[in-house]
Write a protein that binds this ligand. Structure first.
Ligand SMILES: Cc1cc2nc3c(=O)[nH]c(=O)nc-3n(C[C@H](O)[C@H](O)[C@H](O)COP(=O)(O)OP(=O)(O)OC[C@H]3O[C@@H](n4cnc5c(N)ncnc54)[C@H](O)[C@@H]3O)c2cc1C
Length: 252
């Protein structure tokens, strides 16, 4: 942020010593991840990979090992860059953010955390301390990104998470896109899929809806049509993979 002159703070406080915010803990049906947990720790966690494979999919394509060894989940979410991969991941997992300040602690859904590019719900005198993810039985998730070269920010990326009811229908499903001007998840496609059995026909329709719902801009990463095409194609792919993973899930 400072390098890009997007922030010129008068004071800098190094929070690297807050080791108590570096944890991954399961509490019943919730996985709690401390804000200072590094990308590399998330990538190496067998429990995270088993419960939420979307996190491992995304972490594998975030930057490079040097950035992943230092960067944190809290820093990624608070930076609120529209191309931040973990923002999409946390939203489709229906995560919530724990924010602490002088008035105490509050918990908000990740969908309310980002308030525009580089803007979050965290006030100047608050810290993001933790991200919580609900663990659902028979669930699966996936993330896929297209980048110009290995380690680059996304041209477009898509994430999906779903859980299946006993009869195999999708009782909850969430879809998100990275880098294409979409606020929140693709609710119209989620409504279409909820309560139905996973099928290629539905996933194709969900891809079309996602491509329409986003608002990409033409830039050095590509023209608008190309980005909409990627939003469509990547949405289908992550839905397919999330459905297979949900079917194979050992949880619940
Ligand atoms: C070369 C490079 C390539 C990258 N490529 C990608 C990529 O492909 N995909 C991707 O998703 N990301 C990418 N990133 C971002 C990377 O994921 C970092 O995680 C991200 O920059 C945050 O780093 P950090 O944890 O050190 O936070 P910082 O840079 O220290 O902080 C970022 C902002 O968040 C605030 N902040 C940090 N932690 C908290 C907290 N707990 N509570 C409140 N505010 C807080 C800081 O004050 C600052 O404003 C890249 C970064 C670099 C440098």
């Amino acid at each position: 942020m400072m390098k890009l002159r997007l922030a010129r703070p008068e004071w800098l406080i190094d929070i690297n010593d807050l080791r108590e915010l570096d944890f991954i803990l399961r509490n019943g049906d919730v996985l709690r991840v401390g804000a200072m947990t590094r990308h590399a720790t998330l990538l190496e966690s067998a429990e995270v990979s088993r419960l939420f494979p979307i996190v491992s999919d995304a972490e594998r394509v975030i930057a490079d090992p040097t950035v992943r060894n230092r960067g944190t989940i809290g820093g990624s979410l608070c930076q609120a860059d529209p191309a931040e991969d973990l923002s999409t991941v946390c939203e489709v997992l229906r995560g919530s953010a724990v924010i602490r300040g002088p008035r105490g602690e509050r918990v908000i859904p990740l969908t309310e955390f980002h308030q525009g590019p580089y803007e979050t719900a965290v006030a100047q005198n608050e810290l993001l301390t933790e991200v919580r993810f609900p663990i659902r039985p028979r669930s699966g998730s996936a993330y896929e990104k297209v980048e110009r070269r290995v380690g680059d920010w996304a041209i477009v990326a898509a994430g999906a998470a779903m859980s299946l009811a006993d009869d195999g229908t999708m009782d909850d499903v969430a879809m998100g896109l990275t880098s294409v001007g979409l606020a929140g998840t693709v609710t119209e496609a989620e409504d279409l899929l909820r309560g139905k059995a996973p099928s290629e026909e539905l996933f194709v329709e969900a891809g079309r809806i996602a491509a329409r719902a986003c608002d990409p801009v033409a830039d050095q990463r590509g023209p608008v049509d190309y980005k909409r095409h990627l939003a469509d194609e990547l949405t289908r792919r992550v839905l397919r993979r999330a459905a297979v993973r949900a079917t194979d899930s050992q949880e619940g």
